[in-house]
Each structure stands twice: as C-alpha cells, then as structure tokens.
Design a protein around this ligand. Sequence first.
Ligand code: G3P
Ligand code: MG
Length: 329
Amino acid sequence: LLAQFSQLAGVQPAKQIAFSFDIDGQRPLYPVCFLTNGGGVTEQAKADQLASWLGVRVTAEQVILSHTPIRLLAAGYGSAPVLAERRGCVADVAEAYGFRAAVTSAELAAAYPPSMLPFSSRAMPLGSAGVPITAVFVFHDPADWYRDLQIIVDAMTSGGVIGSRRSDMPHVPIFFSNPDMVYADDFPTPRLGQGAFAAAVQAVYEKVAGRPMESVNTFSKPSSLAFRLAASSLAAEAKEGGWKLRTSPEPSMGKRIRDSDLPFRAIYHVGDNIHSDIAGARAAGPPWVSVLVTETGVWRGPGNSPEVPAYLVVSDVEAAVAAALQRRQ
Ligand code: G3P
Ligand code: MG
C-alpha cells in the first residue's frame, strides 16, 4: 500500500485516500498511521515494534498512543511533581514529554512506610519522604489497581501532600489517557481497560471524599484531539511522500490542520471498539470514514452496531483495506 502511495506521489490527483489503524484487536497489514488507546511506551518504541511486526518502516510520527496528547500539557507542569501511573516505562515517557518532576506510583510507594499500602508487596526499599503532587496523570493501565487507587485517592484528598489531613485542600486535577472500559488482547473475551480503572477511582473517591471527582479528562479515542493528531500525522506522511499540500503551517503534531486542507477525500479509520474507534471517527466527520472489524477485537457482530453504526463493516484489517481500495475505483 505504501508503494502505491509513493507511486501516487508523482500523480497529482484531486484527493486520495489514507488509513488510520487501531492496533489492539487488529492484525496490522498496511501501516500508514496508527491511532491506538494503547501505550505505556514511547512512540518510538511502539513504532519499532510495529516495524518489526510488519517488516516495513514505521516512524514515531505515525504512532499516536493514548498518552501522546498529554505531551501538549507538559509545558504547564514542567517542574511540578506529577503522579505518573505506570505499567511499562511510563517514567521514560513522562520525561520524554517534558515532565521534569514526574514520580511514579511505585516510587511514591517506596517513599512511605509499609503501613501506607498494607496489602501491597513492597518491591522497592523505603526511600525519602514523598513529594507534594500537583496533578495525577494516568498514562497507562495500572498493573496494581489497589496500590494506584490508594495513592491516587491519597493524593486527591490531601491537596497532593500524601499522609496529611489538612481540610483546606488545593484541587489536584486527574487526567486519564483513555476511557476504554474493555479492550481486546489474545484472551477469548475482552479485558478491563483504563476506563474501568477510572470508574473505580471515581466511585471510591466519591465514597471516601464525600464529593464527586471533578473534571476527569481523557485524551485518546474517541476524543477529537486524538483524531486531529492522526490527521496531522497523515498529512505529514503525505507531504513526506511528495504530495503537495495546500496547508500552512507545516503539518505537525498538535497543530490543527483544517479538514478542508487535508489532501484526503477519505481517511479510513479501522477499529474494533465501537465506543472509541467508531464513535471517534463518526464524530470527527469527513474525511474520516469509520470501518468496524467483526472478527478480531472487542466487537464481534453480528454485523454493524445498532448503537454506534460504522460506515463500513468488514471481517478484519485486510478486508478493510480491500473495501477501501475498492471504493477508490
Ligand atoms: O484500551 C486499551 C488499548 O490497548 C486499546 O488499544 O489499539 O485497540 O485502541 P486500541
Ligand atoms: Mg482496538
């Protein structure tokens, strides 16, 4: 497919097509842009993994992870300590985004006596006293829900000074990277995702603090920001492939390119989750076209979702690409 795009580079058709792929629940075959609610690693690490799976070049700019939009917030929290929930190498991700004082839940757990987490095994030696937390960023699905739930509730009910009982607490905002209640992996049925953890955090916080949790933010699919970042990635990919774009400024992560300036008459987003992939592509509107796979991920049919109907319904990614290319004829 990339070869076809490079052939098109010379041809100056009025508008061509592009693809944005969900990852989990997919068998990616034709990499152009990967828009996933997965994460926990840097964009470069995910690009390298995709390149090794697919045997084609994949750049970090082609990968939009659940926490990629959080990069846009780092400037506001440059040196402020933030709690980065972690599985994988999220501390490296936070640092790569510019959070110079991110502390992970595992590091915080090690900074307090064992009585802080009576039911968690202490994997790290006791460290120095904790640091006041100014914000909580859940970059990726936590490995230890009990530990991270306890630490988040501690941080958000103590104005960020874990262990204190002051009443005049400054608000500590929380940002979740993705709202997926479930997602598909190799297990026969879907697994609980970060949206389930967020629901647990909100329910426990309301019981413990006696008030609802304020302004919970999520940034990945189905948010329009995630799809705008993907459109910028695709425009940059097209420009690198020699297409002449009418856009200015230069397409780059986060700068909004007007949909009318995109060089695509259709961007096929292929996904398995009706609440993230299909809802997001529908809300993003033209040139996005929602394509639902029915045999490899969360949604298993039969047919289209009556609740969030996709524009195209196919069995898997290969059928999705074939259907899209067929429509191009
Ligand atoms: O929500 C968990 C995540 O792994 C789902 O990824 O690629 O299906 O959006 P994806
Ligand atoms: Mg998926």
